[in-house]
Every structure is written in structure tokens, then in C-alpha cells.
Write a protein that binds this ligand. Sequence first.
Ligand code: HEC
Length: 140
Amino acid sequence: MIKAVTKLSLLSLAALLAGCGGTPGGIDPQLYKKYQAGNEKLGQVYYEQVCSRCHKAELGRAISPADKASREWDQLFGDDRHGQHPQPLSYFFSAAYRQQASHIEVVQVYRDLPAEQLRLGLYKFAILGAKDSDMPHACK
Ligand code: HEC
């Protein structure tokens, strides 16, 4: 079992390094370009520590990037919607939010980072992890 998992992750890693001759994640190149400048590693940490932390607390479950297709995420980000939640997504990158959430490690560590960089990184992370963009499928 462990062996199979390792083999799979090595394959995914090889695919990632090779880039599959296309856009990372296999998503629409134009869509990717929009978020390309983002740092998805930072985005992932922000997603986990800010977004998922609250979803687990308030909804009792995390919302995963793979719950939506890349176009759906793109639409959501463009509209700056957030379900029925009173605060739009952009609020969670604002100085106002970051000030009151400074107990969260990633918020504290990156407190001086421009909101735009956090936003782009997080959006890129979500797009790359979307249900239509996982690496093995992109390589077929
Ligand atoms: C302070 C708590 C909180 C934070 C922080 C938060 N959310 Fe949410 N989010 C919610 C709640 C509550 C809902 C459910 C709203 C509803 O009932 O429609 C929700 C719903 C969602 C949905 C589902 C809405 C839809 O249209 O499908 C998405 C996607 C989402 N959040 C993404 C994010 C992302 C990305 C972040 C981080 C940038 C984030 N959320 C941060 C509380 C939060």
C-alpha cells in the first residue's frame, strides 16, 4: 500500500517537473496566465490557515479547491462572492481583516505583504487544485 502511494507520487512529481508540455495542472492557459504571478505555496498556507480554519469551525467541513472547477473558481473570484457569507472574499486579504486575525500564524508572518500578493497566491492555489486540473488527468 505504502509502495503504491510512493510510486504514484513519484509519477505525479515527474509529471509536474516535465510540465506535461502544457500549462501546469493542465488548465486553460489563458486562465492560468491570469494567476501565474501568484505564489501557490503561500496561497496554500493562507487557504489552510484562514479559509479552511473558518469553514471547519463554522460549516463543520473544509471546502477544498477540488470542490469546484477552475472556471467556477475564476468566476467566484471575479465576482468576489462568498456564498451567503456577509464578507466578500477580498475582505480576507484586507488590512482590516489581517489586523483582527493576527493570532493566525500566516497572517502574522506575512502581515506586511501586499494584499494583492496574498490574493493572487491563494487564487492560483485554488485554480491549480480545481477538480478539472489535476496533474494525472492533464497528462492523458
Ligand atoms: C470567518 C469565516 C470564513 C472565512 C475566513 C472564509 N470563509 Fe468561506 N465561507 C464561510 C461560510 C460561513 C460559508 C457558507 C456561506 C453560505 O452559507 O453560503 C462560506 C462559504 C464559502 C464558499 C462556498 C460558496 C460558494 O459560492 O460555493 C467558498 C467557495 C468559500 N467560502 C471560499 C473561501 C475562501 C477561498 C476563503 C479564504 C480566502 C474563505 N472562504 C474564508 C466562512 C468563511
